[in-house]
Design a protein around this ligand. Structure first.
Ligand code: HEC
Ligand code: HEC
Length: 290
């Protein structure tokens, strides 16, 4: 246990060094410098934390070892952006747009679960492994399965929402994409229908041309008080993914904490596929034109 404590506190001390996977090095000198009083206080704090974690309102008690391993992974890989307190205010944060997520509200945009619900562990694994295209959130494909599970446990420790069963939900089940998506002539007809639906349901924010410049765009804010820019849907790489099914999923789940709500009850599945056909018909082959 003493080894773990030393480890964790040395990480705090070195979090201001250069950004990169291997920036954290073991620092035996620092270990020697730690005085007994500090160790005693840390041990007491960790014991209190351990009991708080396992008491977690009777829901999903956290595994303490996984939590400590997750903290280590987080301090090596995530802290520069998501910050020591998980509030999204890491060292790099001021320069980034969109800003790194604050984990303290327990609100996650990219999920398979209904609007307002927490993501599943698979959703978080996907975000961490694949990154979010077009943002500073890169791919962490070099992390092992264990490291990802551990860092997920640590991310969850920042918000009490995880402890309440009513915030958890099963993923929404989706039918597979229609075959006509692969047939150019059919795609064209569906896209024409989709364009009309898009004008009514999406253009106020995303703009008639889906370029993200709708009349309401400048007024939008997210729950973190930051202007929420409607995505330019012509981009070939969206954060939610590149496939038609990825857009279908966003239309069902909405993006928690943002003005992008769910269209699960307002648009039928057929209408949503038509809209997706429209979006694909105007897609740019590569990134957005600046
Ligand atoms: C270089 C900066 C940076 C680093 C390093 C980084 N992230 Fe992120 N992360 C971001 C940004 C920016 C966003 C917000 C993107 C958005 O709002 O579209 C984000 C969002 C997220 C989200 C929320 C996704 C959602 O559905 O809302 C999770 C979870 C996440 N990061 C986990 C991690 C973990 C775990 C690590 C370390 C293994 C990490 N991030 C490292 C910048 C970073
Ligand atoms: C009230 C405004 C509003 C309306 C209406 C709206 N959106 Fe959005 N949408 C947004 C905002 C804002 C975002 C970006 C949220 C964020 O990440 O902060 C977004 C994000 C998205 C994304 C995710 C893109 C990515 O990068 O992964 C998709 C897909 C999307 N919208 C499609 C649609 C479609 C299709 C419609 C109509 C059926 C629609 N939206 C209606 C505001 C809106």
């Amino acid at each position: 246990m003493a080894g773990t404590i030393t480890h964790a506190s040395s990480l705090c001390g070195s979090s201001r060094t250069a950004f990169g996977k291997n920036r954290m090095v073991t620092r035996p000198a620092l270990r020697d410098e730690l005085d007994v009083r500090f160790l005693a206080t840390s041990a007491f704090a960790l014991l209190a934390l351990a009991s708080a974690l396992s008491a977690a309102d009777g829901f999903a008690p956290m595994d303490f070892n996984l939590y400590m391993q997750g903290r280590y992974v987080y301090e090596r890989n995530c802290i520069v952006c998501h910050g020591p307190r998980g509030d999204g205010n890491g060292e790099l944060s001021p320069t980034l747009k969109p800003k790194p997520r604050s984990f303290r509200e327990g609100m996650f945009k990219f999920r398979s679960t209904p609007l307002g619900m927490l993501p599943t562990d698979d959703d978080l694994r996907h975000t961490i492994r694949s990154g979010l295209s077009g943002t500073a959130m890169g791919m962490f494909s070099q992390l092992s399965t264990d490291e990802i599970d551990a860092v997920i446990t640590y991310v969850k420790s920042f918000s009490r929402r995880w402890r309440k069963p009513e915030n958890h939900a099963e993923p929404i089940q989706f039918a597979s994409a229609p075959d006509w998506l692969k047939e150019p002539a059919a795609l064209k007809n569906h896209a024409a229908a989709g364009q009309k639906l898009f004008a009514v349901n999406c253009a106020a924010c995303h703009g008639e041309k889906a370029d993200g410049k709708g009349p309401a765009a400048i007024t939008l804010k997210d729950i973190w008080g930051i202007p929420a820019a409607p995505s330019d849907l012509r981009q070939s790489h969206l954060r939610c993914g590149d496939a038609p099914a990825d857009i279908f999923r966003v239309l069902a789940t909405g993006l928690n904490g943002t003005p992008m709500v769910s269209f699960d009850s307002t648009l039928t599945a057929d209408q949503r596929w038509d809209i997706i056909a429209y979006i694909f018909s105007i897609r740019m082959p590569s990134g957005p034109v600046l």
